[in-house]
Write a protein that binds this ligand. Structure first.
Ligand SMILES: Cc1cc2nc3c(=O)[nH]c(=O)nc-3n(C[C@H](O)[C@H](O)[C@H](O)COP(=O)(O)O)c2cc1C
Length: 321
């Protein structure tokens, strides 16, 4: 039962993907990359496509509404980056993407979904996979029908985030829809939506019969969730969350790698602030620490704030408050 780190814009970047691989993610994906950007050879797009060998197996996820440029983009990334598979995004709910019929916008026209998959499949020798939502809105909600279109068009695997575009991230993902899709198609079905703990991953697997579990938000600031999920799936005791010391060590290693990976170190620190918020979530007295972390401008400051927190926490323990 493979565990997937979900494609996530601004989050599933190379340093985080490597960390998650180390903590038990079996497969990772890049964030979604615009087919138009790839075809235009935009330098910004190229930034999203870089990965290291220790991330494999890795899928590059592409999005777009034009089968011709989607095919062209698939051919180009196959040649230039040699990922292990190419994933097509049919789930992104963001207005700017949907307006141009990209991401979940495609779900309004299943002929287009089929045409895009065929074009991508015809342009690469790599396996082509798809990531879908349950529909565009409640009226068009038909996860089984959408997955069948994907399968017929040549998708080698389908991931279902069991919400519609209209749901965005509200309510709970309907895992029964993952079960229905797993029952209806012959290709592997990866379940996605609301896996926050190791036990959630095991519950999803048991309740849906999916062939893999994909995790997005649950991994924020907690890359060790994959180890916990693996233990739960194997019916072993789930390891507890690491101590603040260990959390901070992982966080600092992540920060160092993220800053090294980006060409612009100052920008990298600002972009890393969200991870700092996630790594320190739920810590006693963490609110003030987080306020300070949201203003950091370099790695030295991150290090000193985290060390300062641990020293104060230790002193508090000694005096019993
Ligand atoms: C910050 C963020 C960025 C995301 N970017 C992408 C993306 O680039 N491609 C994609 O297919 N899904 C994207 N998603 C959706 C996730 O992959 C996943 O389907 C969704 O968050 C539900 O899973 P979860 O409940 O485990 O978070 C993104 C989600 C988040 C929270």
């Amino acid at each position: 039962m493979p565990l997937f780190l979900a494609p996530q814009a601004g989050v599933s970047e190379s340093p985080f993907r490597r960390l998650c691989r180390r903590y038990g993610a079996d497969v990772v994906l890049t964030e979604f990359v615009s087919a138009e950007g790839i075809v235009r050879d935009s330098p910004k797009t190229a930034e999203y496509l870089r990965f290291e060998d220790d991330e494999r197996p890795i899928g590059i996820q592409i999005f777009g509404a034009d089968p011709v440029s989607m095919g062209e983009a698939a051919g180009l990334v196959t040649e230039a980056y040699r990922p292990d598979f190419i994933d097509i995004n049919f789930g992104c709910p963001v207005k700017k993407v949907v307006r141009r019929n990209g991401g979940s916008g495609c779900l309004r026209d299943l002929d287009l979904v089929g045409a895009i998959i065929r074009a991508v499949d015809g342009a690469t020798h790599l396996p082509v996979t798809t990531k879908i939502r349950s529909g565009f809105d409640e009226q068009s909600r038909d996860p089984v029908g959408i997955a069948q279109v994907c399968e017929e068009a040549g998708s080698a695997m389908v991931t279902l985030h069991a919400r519609t575009r209209a749901d965005m991230y509200s309510g709970t993902a309907r895992w029964e829809e993952i079960a229905a899709v797993a029952e209806a198609v012959d290709i592997p079905v990866i379940g996605n939506g609301d896996v926050r703990t190791g036990q959630d991953a095991a519950r999803m697997a048991a309740q849906t019969g999916c062939q893999g579990v994909m995790i997005a938000r649950g991994s924020h600031g907690t890359p060790w969730l994959f180890h916990q999920a693996r233990a739960a799936l194997d019916r072993r005791p789930v390891p507890p969350d690491p101590s603040p010391e260990t959390r901070f060590r992982i966080c600092l290693e992540h920060a160092e790698n993220a800053i090294r990976f980006e060409r612009d170190a100052a920008k990298a620190v600002i972009e890393f602030r969200k991870h700092l918020g996630w790594y320190t979530k739920g810590l006693p007295g963490g609110r003030i620490l987080r306020q300070e972390l949201f203003q950091v401008e370099d790695l030295t400051r991150i290090r000193s704030l985290l060390e300062g927190y641990l020293e104060t926490a230790e002193r508090r323990q000694v005096v019993g408050v």
